[in-house]
Design a binder for this molecule. Structure first.
Ligand code: NAP
Length: 288
């Protein structure tokens, strides 16, 4: 490894990529390169090979992904190319170049029928094209590069990009009354906390390959989440709880997608922030 280890971050303008960009100054011991979709288009295998032939890195953090869950139902091929085939290629090139590969996956690899938090080795059973493409990406990454780290996460939000928190803030401005599902249960993840954990893992100097789970602490419904956003942002919008059946979407949402985080806690000593504390931070960030 070079004297100042280098890190390539893909998906530079996404939620997680943007949060990583923001904390680089806390890690002066690393040289960061951030690349956007234009610089490294993951649907183009030749472009991936060319880019990684021309540049050598010690770590590759893959924040790029096809994340349009509903659209993926009608863009299966593209979702699988970006979330699976190209992830396998990135993992293989990293193996050949001696680059540590860190990748992200999702609670959507599970079917959402559990009643207790999913462990990293629980059976997967994706119900959507997005979930299936991310699961295939996990498998290809591990097959090509047994040293890879994959962090599954859920309900990601941030002051950047599109997400539930920002949608709620917009709807609170536009409407007097909205409806939010109260029978889908999970744990939100502030992308800033995920970025912190990612860098904590890399800076630890300990590299435990395999699959990890990370989210903020706490188990809530989207309705609970919306109410907390309302309370902290001091909105007057009325929020009605509705069942999933009253809000049909092209891609089926998991009913229960809480992740068991004990592995990342035990191996990396990660502490989890309470979801409401992180939400408050994010809303302060947005309002400032
Ligand atoms: N968001 C969630 O709720 C959630 C939940 C569970 C897991 N995850 C996983 O967490 C990771 C980070 O998610 P995120 O929320 O930061 O996602 P995001 O905000 O949607 O960002 C994804 C990034 O990937 C880029 N991208 C999309 N297609 C690309 C392509 N063909 N080539 C290169 N780059 C491409 C996007 O580029 P543009 O900026 O140009 O669009 C964007 O910068 C992903 O692996 C995701 O699957 C997310």
């Amino acid at each position: 490894m070079s004297l100042t280890p280098s890190i390539l971050v893909t998906g530079a303008n996404g939620q997680l990529g943007s949060e990583l960009k923001k904390i680089t100054q806390e890690f002066p011991q690393f040289n960061f390169t951030f690349c956007t979709r234009q610089e490294l288009p993951l649907e183009d295998e030749q472009a991936i090979s060319n880019y990684l032939e021309a540049h050598q890195y010690d770590f590759l953090i893959n924040c790029a992904a096809y994340t349009a869950v509903d659209k993926a139902e009608s863009e299966r091929e593209l979702a699988f190319q970006i979330n699976a085939t190209s992830v396998g290629l990135l993992a293989a090139i990293c193996r050949d170049n001696n680059t540590k590969f860190l990748h992200f996956s999702t609670d959507y690899v599970f079917d959402g029928n559990a009643t207790e938090p999913y462990k990293t080795d629980d059976a997967t059973n994706p119900q959507t094209v997005y979930g299936a493409s991310k699961l295939k990406g996990e498998k290809l990454a591990m097959d090509e590069n047994s040293d890879a780290i994959i962090i599954r996460t859920s309900w990601v939000y941030s002051s950047y990009g599109k997400n539930f928190v920002k949608t709620m803030l917009r709807l609170f401005q536009e409407k007097e009354e909205i409806s939010v599902v109260n029978d889908q249960i999970g744990s939100p993840t502030y992308a800033k906390d995920l970025a912190d954990v990612t860098m904590k893992i890399i800076a630890s100097g300990q590299w435990y390959e395999g699959i990890f789970h990370f989210s903020n602490e706490g188990i809530i419904s989207w309705f609970d989440f919306a109410n907390a956003i309302k309370e902290i942002s001091r909105s007057n919008c009325k929020i009605n709880p509705i069942p999933t059946s009253a809000y049909p979407t092209p891609a089926k949402r998991p009913g229960y997608s809480v992740l068991n985080k004990s592995k990342i806690q035990q191996l990396y000593g990660i502490q989890f922030r309470d979801w409401k504390e992180s939400l408050t931070d994010c809303l302060n960030e947005i309002s400032s």
